[in-house]
Design a protein around this ligand. Structure first.
Ligand code: ATP
Length: 231
Protein backbone atom coordinates (compact mmCIF):
# COMPACT_ATOMS: atom_id res chain seq x y z
CA UNK A 1 0.00 0.00 0.00
CA UNK A 2 1.27 3.45 -0.81
CA UNK A 3 0.07 6.92 -1.59
CA UNK A 4 1.07 7.80 -5.14
CA UNK A 5 0.84 11.36 -6.46
CA UNK A 6 1.61 11.44 -10.18
CA UNK A 7 2.15 14.64 -12.21
CA UNK A 8 -0.52 16.51 -10.28
CA UNK A 9 -1.42 20.07 -11.18
CA UNK A 10 -4.28 22.11 -9.75
CA UNK A 11 -5.46 25.30 -11.38
CA UNK A 12 -8.11 27.67 -10.07
CA UNK A 13 -9.04 29.57 -13.25
CA UNK A 14 -5.77 30.94 -14.59
CA UNK A 15 -3.98 30.58 -11.22
CA UNK A 16 -1.86 27.47 -10.66
CA UNK A 17 -1.93 26.43 -6.98
CA UNK A 18 0.00 23.15 -7.42
CA UNK A 19 2.28 22.44 -10.36
CA UNK A 20 3.44 19.04 -11.52
CA UNK A 21 3.78 17.32 -8.16
CA UNK A 22 4.93 13.69 -8.18
CA UNK A 23 5.85 11.60 -5.18
CA UNK A 24 5.26 8.24 -3.59
CA UNK A 25 4.72 7.76 0.15
CA UNK A 26 5.08 4.11 1.15
CA UNK A 27 2.83 2.55 3.79
CA UNK A 28 3.95 3.32 7.33
CA UNK A 29 6.00 6.38 6.42
CA UNK A 30 5.59 9.79 8.01
CA UNK A 31 6.00 12.42 5.31
CA UNK A 32 6.22 16.18 5.76
CA UNK A 33 5.13 18.99 3.46
CA UNK A 34 6.95 22.17 4.28
CA UNK A 35 6.20 25.59 2.85
CA UNK A 36 5.11 29.15 3.54
CA UNK A 37 1.51 30.37 3.37
CA UNK A 38 0.02 29.78 -0.05
CA UNK A 39 2.63 27.20 -1.09
CA UNK A 40 -0.07 24.69 -2.06
CA UNK A 41 0.00 22.27 0.89
CA UNK A 42 -3.70 22.43 1.79
CA UNK A 43 -4.73 22.19 -1.87
CA UNK A 44 -2.58 19.05 -2.18
CA UNK A 45 -4.23 17.54 0.91
CA UNK A 46 -7.71 18.32 -0.40
CA UNK A 47 -6.84 16.53 -3.63
CA UNK A 48 -5.51 13.50 -1.71
CA UNK A 49 -8.79 13.40 0.21
CA UNK A 50 -10.88 13.65 -2.93
CA UNK A 51 -12.39 16.96 -1.77
CA UNK A 52 -10.92 18.62 -4.86
CA UNK A 53 -10.25 17.11 -8.27
CA UNK A 54 -6.82 17.65 -9.75
CA UNK A 55 -6.71 19.52 -13.06
CA UNK A 56 -4.04 17.12 -14.30
CA UNK A 57 -2.49 13.95 -12.93
CA UNK A 58 -3.69 11.27 -10.54
CA UNK A 59 -3.59 10.44 -6.82
CA UNK A 60 -4.10 6.89 -5.61
CA UNK A 61 -4.00 5.06 -2.28
CA UNK A 62 -3.54 1.32 -2.53
CA UNK A 63 -3.76 1.68 -6.34
CA UNK A 64 -7.23 3.24 -6.15
CA UNK A 65 -8.52 6.78 -6.41
CA UNK A 66 -9.83 7.96 -3.05
CA UNK A 67 -13.56 8.60 -3.23
CA UNK A 68 -16.28 9.25 -0.70
CA UNK A 69 -16.78 5.47 -0.36
CA UNK A 70 -13.16 4.76 0.51
CA UNK A 71 -12.53 7.88 2.57
CA UNK A 72 -13.24 6.04 5.87
CA UNK A 73 -9.66 4.70 5.76
CA UNK A 74 -8.40 8.28 6.03
CA UNK A 75 -8.19 10.55 9.03
CA UNK A 76 -8.05 14.30 8.41
CA UNK A 77 -7.14 17.16 10.69
CA UNK A 78 -8.15 20.20 8.64
CA UNK A 79 -6.35 23.50 8.93
CA UNK A 80 -9.63 25.21 9.73
CA UNK A 81 -10.72 23.45 12.91
CA UNK A 82 -14.37 22.43 12.99
CA UNK A 83 -15.86 21.34 16.31
CA UNK A 84 -19.32 22.14 17.67
CA UNK A 85 -18.70 24.60 20.50
CA UNK A 86 -21.87 23.80 22.44
CA UNK A 87 -21.44 20.03 22.47
CA UNK A 88 -19.63 18.08 25.16
CA UNK A 89 -16.39 16.49 23.98
CA UNK A 90 -17.89 13.04 24.53
CA UNK A 91 -21.04 13.74 22.48
CA UNK A 92 -18.98 15.36 19.76
CA UNK A 93 -16.68 12.36 19.41
CA UNK A 94 -19.57 9.90 19.53
CA UNK A 95 -21.26 11.82 16.72
CA UNK A 96 -18.11 11.99 14.59
CA UNK A 97 -17.17 8.36 15.32
CA UNK A 98 -20.65 7.19 14.29
CA UNK A 99 -20.25 8.99 10.97
CA UNK A 100 -17.17 6.78 10.55
CA UNK A 101 -19.26 3.65 11.16
CA UNK A 102 -18.09 2.98 14.73
CA UNK A 103 -20.25 1.79 17.60
CA UNK A 104 -20.62 3.86 20.75
CA UNK A 105 -18.66 1.64 23.13
CA UNK A 106 -15.67 1.48 20.78
CA UNK A 107 -15.75 5.27 20.38
CA UNK A 108 -15.86 5.82 24.14
CA UNK A 109 -13.01 3.36 24.70
CA UNK A 110 -10.85 5.08 22.09
CA UNK A 111 -11.79 8.49 23.48
CA UNK A 112 -10.81 7.52 27.03
CA UNK A 113 -7.46 6.17 25.88
CA UNK A 114 -6.68 9.33 23.94
CA UNK A 115 -7.81 11.74 26.67
CA UNK A 116 -5.65 9.77 29.11
CA UNK A 117 -2.69 9.97 26.76
CA UNK A 118 -3.19 13.75 26.46
CA UNK A 119 -3.46 13.92 30.26
CA UNK A 120 -6.96 15.45 30.18
CA UNK A 121 -9.38 12.62 31.10
CA UNK A 122 -11.78 15.12 32.70
CA UNK A 123 -12.47 16.81 29.34
CA UNK A 124 -14.97 14.15 28.26
CA UNK A 125 -17.81 16.03 29.94
CA UNK A 126 -16.69 19.56 29.12
CA UNK A 127 -18.22 21.60 26.34
CA UNK A 128 -15.80 22.38 23.52
CA UNK A 129 -16.24 26.14 24.06
CA UNK A 130 -14.93 25.76 27.62
CA UNK A 131 -11.55 24.55 26.34
CA UNK A 132 -8.57 26.62 25.25
CA UNK A 133 -7.71 26.70 21.53
CA UNK A 134 -4.79 24.32 22.15
CA UNK A 135 -7.00 21.83 23.96
CA UNK A 136 -9.67 22.08 21.27
CA UNK A 137 -6.93 21.17 18.81
CA UNK A 138 -6.17 18.02 20.80
CA UNK A 139 -9.87 17.06 20.65
CA UNK A 140 -9.89 17.70 16.91
CA UNK A 141 -6.85 15.47 16.61
CA UNK A 142 -8.67 12.71 18.52
CA UNK A 143 -11.63 13.14 16.16
CA UNK A 144 -9.33 12.59 13.19
CA UNK A 145 -7.82 9.35 14.55
CA UNK A 146 -10.66 7.81 16.56
CA UNK A 147 -11.56 5.36 13.76
CA UNK A 148 -7.92 4.16 13.48
CA UNK A 149 -7.30 5.38 9.93
CA UNK A 150 -4.65 3.74 7.78
CA UNK A 151 -3.75 7.09 6.23
CA UNK A 152 -3.69 10.21 8.38
CA UNK A 153 -3.51 13.72 6.95
CA UNK A 154 -2.63 16.48 9.38
CA UNK A 155 -2.76 20.06 8.09
CA UNK A 156 -0.53 22.25 10.28
CA UNK A 157 -1.18 20.15 13.42
CA UNK A 158 1.30 22.10 15.53
CA UNK A 159 0.32 25.66 14.64
CA UNK A 160 -0.99 27.64 17.58
CA UNK A 161 0.11 25.06 20.16
CA UNK A 162 2.35 25.82 23.12
CA UNK A 163 5.61 23.80 23.39
CA UNK A 164 4.16 21.30 25.90
CA UNK A 165 1.25 20.50 23.61
CA UNK A 166 3.54 20.35 20.57
CA UNK A 167 5.51 17.61 22.36
CA UNK A 168 2.34 15.74 23.36
CA UNK A 169 1.09 15.81 19.80
CA UNK A 170 4.47 14.73 18.43
CA UNK A 171 4.42 11.74 20.80
CA UNK A 172 0.91 10.90 19.59
CA UNK A 173 2.04 11.07 15.95
CA UNK A 174 5.03 8.85 16.73
CA UNK A 175 2.86 6.27 18.47
CA UNK A 176 0.56 6.11 15.44
CA UNK A 177 3.60 5.78 13.21
CA UNK A 178 4.80 2.88 15.37
CA UNK A 179 1.40 1.26 14.89
CA UNK A 180 1.95 1.41 11.12
CA UNK A 181 -0.22 4.40 10.20
CA UNK A 182 0.90 6.30 7.10
CA UNK A 183 1.03 9.97 8.08
CA UNK A 184 1.23 13.04 5.87
CA UNK A 185 1.45 16.41 7.52
CA UNK A 186 2.27 20.02 6.77
CA UNK A 187 4.23 22.58 8.68
CA UNK A 188 5.97 25.90 8.28
CA UNK A 189 8.86 24.75 10.44
CA UNK A 190 11.66 22.30 9.86
CA UNK A 191 12.14 21.73 13.60
CA UNK A 192 8.59 20.39 13.79
CA UNK A 193 9.03 17.92 10.98
CA UNK A 194 12.57 16.69 11.56
CA UNK A 195 11.86 14.40 14.50
CA UNK A 196 8.89 12.84 12.77
CA UNK A 197 9.61 12.21 9.12
CA UNK A 198 12.19 10.49 6.97
CA UNK A 199 11.21 12.25 3.76
CA UNK A 200 9.74 15.59 2.94
CA UNK A 201 8.78 17.95 0.17
CA UNK A 202 9.44 21.67 0.36
CA UNK A 203 6.87 23.59 -1.69
CA UNK A 204 7.08 27.12 -2.96
CA UNK A 205 4.38 28.79 -5.06
CA UNK A 206 2.79 25.45 -5.83
CA UNK A 207 5.98 23.76 -6.93
CA UNK A 208 7.99 21.09 -5.15
CA UNK A 209 11.41 22.77 -4.91
CA UNK A 210 13.12 20.06 -2.88
CA UNK A 211 11.90 16.55 -2.30
CA UNK A 212 13.60 13.60 -0.69
CA UNK A 213 15.35 12.32 2.38
CA UNK A 214 15.32 14.77 5.28
CA UNK A 215 18.91 14.13 6.35
CA UNK A 216 20.21 14.66 2.83
CA UNK A 217 18.15 17.83 2.41
CA UNK A 218 19.52 19.21 5.68
CA UNK A 219 23.06 18.37 4.64
CA UNK A 220 22.64 20.17 1.34
CA UNK A 221 21.08 23.20 3.06
CA UNK A 222 23.90 23.09 5.61
CA UNK A 223 21.66 24.22 8.45
CA UNK A 224 20.23 22.54 11.50
CA UNK A 225 16.97 24.42 11.66
CA UNK A 226 15.41 25.82 8.53
CA UNK A 227 12.42 28.01 9.22
CA UNK A 228 10.57 28.27 5.96
CA UNK A 229 8.27 30.93 7.25
CA UNK A 230 8.41 32.37 10.77
CA UNK A 231 5.26 31.84 12.81
P1 ATP B 1 -1.44 27.92 4.16
O1 ATP B 1 -0.35 27.58 5.08
O2 ATP B 1 -1.76 29.38 4.13
O3 ATP B 1 -2.67 27.07 4.30
P2 ATP B 1 -0.92 26.35 1.81
O4 ATP B 1 0.45 25.95 1.44
O5 ATP B 1 -1.77 25.33 2.45
O6 ATP B 1 -0.85 27.65 2.69
P3 ATP B 1 -3.03 26.54 -0.13
O7 ATP B 1 -4.10 26.81 0.88
O8 ATP B 1 -2.99 25.23 -0.79
O9 ATP B 1 -1.61 26.88 0.48
O10 ATP B 1 -3.17 27.68 -1.24
C1 ATP B 1 -2.33 27.74 -2.39
C2 ATP B 1 -2.78 28.87 -3.26
O11 ATP B 1 -4.01 28.52 -3.90
C3 ATP B 1 -3.04 30.17 -2.49
O12 ATP B 1 -2.57 31.26 -3.27
C4 ATP B 1 -4.56 30.21 -2.37
O13 ATP B 1 -5.03 31.54 -2.31
C5 ATP B 1 -4.99 29.51 -3.65
N1 ATP B 1 -6.29 28.85 -3.51
C6 ATP B 1 -6.58 27.84 -2.65
N2 ATP B 1 -7.87 27.45 -2.80
C7 ATP B 1 -8.39 28.23 -3.79
C8 ATP B 1 -9.66 28.30 -4.42
N3 ATP B 1 -10.67 27.51 -4.06
N4 ATP B 1 -9.84 29.22 -5.38
C9 ATP B 1 -8.83 30.03 -5.77
N5 ATP B 1 -7.58 30.02 -5.24
C10 ATP B 1 -7.37 29.12 -4.25
Amino acid sequence: MSLVIKNVTKRFGSFTAVKNLSLTIPEGETFGFLGANGAGKTTTFRMILGLLDSTEGTITWNDEKITYDTSHVIGYLPEERGLYPKLKVKDQLVYLGRLRGMNKSDILKQMEEWLERFKVPEYANKKVEELSKGNQQKIQFIASVIHRPKLLILDEPFSGLDPVNVELLKEAVLSLKNDGTTIVFSSHRMDHVEELCENLCIMHHGQPVVHGNLKEIKRSFGKKNVIVHGE
